[in-house]
Design a protein around this ligand. Structure first.
Ligand SMILES: [Zn+2]
Length: 420
């Protein structure tokens, strides 16, 4: 890769209706690599898995990225020089690319049909998915195409030798070509597979750095062979370890773990969440842990990304959130805390600003305020034992007397101030 080439990265989420924490981390790392190098951060929507289409799901992606300040330079809504930026609008181009590979012998038509091939695979366990169609004569291929037989297009993997690729985190990885499947590039319906569309999109969009989860490490040799087959420059790979709930389980929305939206509802500030996410699998050089997005752009370095899985630690998130709450101006805190106060305080004759002022130093997570102020609307049951004190010789009766006497004095106070 030439040193002067402009860095271009992309975040390519599927619209699922929520922003998984691992996805937001990928978006953040992708953004930071682009901005650190003065490059472009591109948003591409991968919406071709139609079964998973969710109404309004693209807006969740837009809103999350905007809220967290991860502003994209090119994308579906703002366009750019290499659009369209929605994968379903790019469908026309993929088959032509696959046919080029067929011409050059790097891919072939397969007429086996999905089922029969899976049967074969079943018989020949431990052998990669290859099929006899790779050796079919051009005459037979033409005859079957002319007869209108359904087909897929498969990548022709080398049978011998090995493929090496470099990952910025994991270093050099070598695999035996004999272990690689002849993966499908174009499906029976003429649509590309995820892996194929990804390579074509990344190349045609000029992507220089590919950031993704390390579950893709094993398919990367296939990606590389595709780049080679086309004679294209291979991008830099940055494979990130997963975000884990604990040492055994991945963090997953499907298992009820919090998405970005859930964390906001749970009373975390968006800046604090982003800061926390940056530290999931990435370590800054010094001791500092609180970073604004601008500071992250300065500080971020690919070499700080860890191979070890990152554990989502709610205690740490809460502590970071507390730091952000304490740094806020009273006005900013009032704005974020008002909806939380209003969850439990419906009375209109309450000075919310004063309440917020009292609560700010006592708050780490915004939902902390619930139990601190739930007495305002409705006096909860309480134990009258607190009025009885042996040494002070008070009991319920004398306490009532004293409190009744002091009530008019308290009521006559016009101004309540907070002593700092
Ligand atoms: Zn076949």
């Amino acid at each position: 890769m030439s040193e002067t080439k402009r860095v271009r990265t992309r975040f390519a989420p599927s619209p699922t209706g929520y922003m998984h924490i691992g996805n937001l981390r990928t978006a953040l790392f992708t953004y930071l690599i682009a901005k650190k190098n003065g490059g472009d951060f591109i948003l591409r929507i991968e919406d071709t898995d139609q079964e998973r289409y969710v109404e309004g799901a693209v807006d969740v992606i837009y809103n999350t990225l905007r809220m967290t300040g991860l502003n994209w330079d090119e994308g579906p809504d703002i366009g750019g020089p290499v659009g369209p930026y929605v994968q379903s609008e790019r469908m026309g181009m993929f088959k032509d690319y696959a046919l080029k590979l067929v011409e050059s012998g790097k891919a072939y038509y397969c007429f086996c049909g999905k089922e029969s091939l899976e049967d074969k695979r079943h018989e020949l366990t431990d052998t990669p998915e290859r099929c006899a169609c790779r050796d079919m004569s051009p005459e037979e291929v033409k005859a079957r195409l002319d007869a209108g037989e359904p087909y897929v297009i498969r990548q022709r993997m080398p049978v011998e030798g090995e493929t090496m690729f470099h990952d910025e985190i994991y270093g050099d990885i070598t695999v035996e070509n004999a272990s690689l499947d002849d993966q499908i590039l174009i499906k029976t319906d003429g649509m590309p597979t995820y892996n194929f569309a990804n390579v074509i999109d990344d190349h045609t969009m000029g992507i220089t750095h590919v950031v993704r989860g390390n579950e893709y490490l094993s398919s990367t040799p296939k990606y590389n062979l595709l780049y080679e087959a086309f004679g294209w420059e291979v991008p830099k790979y940055i494979h990130c370890s997963p975000v884990m709930k604990d040492s055994a389980n991945k963090l997953s929305k499907r298992n009820g773990d919090a998405s970005f939206e859930d964390l906001l509802k749970k009373g975390y500030l968006k800046e604090a969440v982003l800061n926390f996410i940056a530290l999931l699998g990435w370590a800054p050089k010094g001791e500092q842990e609180i970073y604004s997005l601008e500071e992250l752009v300065e500080e971020f370095d690919i070499s700080g990304i860890s191979k070890a899985p990152a554990i989502f630690d709610p205690v740490k998130l809460r502590a970071i959130n507390g730091e952000y709450v304490r740094k806020m101006s009273p006005e900013a805190f009032l704005e974020v805390i008002t909806p939380f106060i209003r969850e439990v305080v419906k009375r209109e004759d309450i000075d919310i600003a004063l309440l917020a002022q009292v609560l700010q130093p006592r708050t780490e997570q915004l939902t902390d305020v619930y139990e601190q102020i739930d007495f305002i609307d409705k006096l909860p049951d309480y134990d009258t034992a607190m009025y009885c004190h042996k040494k002070m010789k008070t009991n319920e009766e004398t306490s009532l007397e004293a409190l009744t006497a002091v009530l008019p004095i308290l009521e006559s106070l016009s101004e309540w101030t907070i002593r700092r």
